[in-house]
Design a binder for this molecule. Structure first.
Ligand code: 5GP
Length: 191
């Protein structure tokens, strides 16, 4: 039996990473899909744990070989993609796959996998709140925050293409809402 796909997407600063971690801690038989990226590792990130870190030429070679199920230039000159081999690896273990991908990647994965997949958009309560959270997070300078906010506005326009939208007013509530939705999707009919 092949597993299902859980696709989580959100503008940066909307609380996605915390929600993804929470889902992985639950006993839902989920495994995180490790994407390939051309960005450099940050902090403690390890190759093969958070991402497969590739050079642009390695990444493009794999694009040519049709090794990606989807890929995007998420930020200018930074490519991210889901390798077909990653999906096979997780399904071979009899597990469901949890994706943390950008909005376009999420919409593409949902189109490909249809009823086997659920796509969840984590919506920040407002642009102003998102800006505040990004400032508090302290990982971006003023210009970086401006870029992320502009991108978030574009991404929020695509939210209605998702199966479900969760508004992240209170992180704990949002976490529980997502967990409930994912749990009931996984309990549903196998497809
Ligand atoms: P970060 O560099 O902060 O880890 O991720 C930047 C963005 O890239 C996030 O929105 C993340 O969800 C997205 N992303 C990560 N992996 C993939 C992927 O495989 N495909 C796509 N389309 N986006 C991805």
């Amino acid at each position: 039996m092949k597993g299902k796909l859980i696709i989580i997407s959100a503008p940066s600063g909307a609380g996605k990473t915390t929600i993804v971690r929470h889902l992985l801690e639950k006993e839902l038989n989920l495994e995180f899909s490790i994407s390939a990226t051309t960005r450099k590792p940050r902090g403690n990130e390890k190759n093969g744990r958070e991402y497969y870190f590739l050079s642009v030429s390695e990444f493009m070679k794999r694009v040519k070989n049709d090794e990606f199920v989807e890929w995007e230039e998420v930020y200018k000159d930074y490519y991210y993609g889901t390798l077909r081999s990653e999906i096979d690896r997780i399904w071979a273990k009899g597990k469901h796959i949890l994706f943390d991908v950008d909005v376009k990647g999420a919409i593409n994965l949902k189109k490909i996998y249809g009823l086997k997949a659920i796509s969840v958009f984590i919506m920040p309560p407002s642009i102003r709140e998102l800006e505040k959270r990004l400032r508090l997070r302290g990982t971006d300078d003023a210009a970086g925050i401006k870029t992320r906010v502009a991108k978030a506005k574009e991404e929020m326009k695509l939210a209605d293409q998702f199966d479900t939208i969760i508004i992240n007013n209170q992180l704990e509530e949002a976490r529980e809402d997502v967990t409930a939705i994912v749990t009931s999707f996984l309990k549903g009919k196998p497809c």
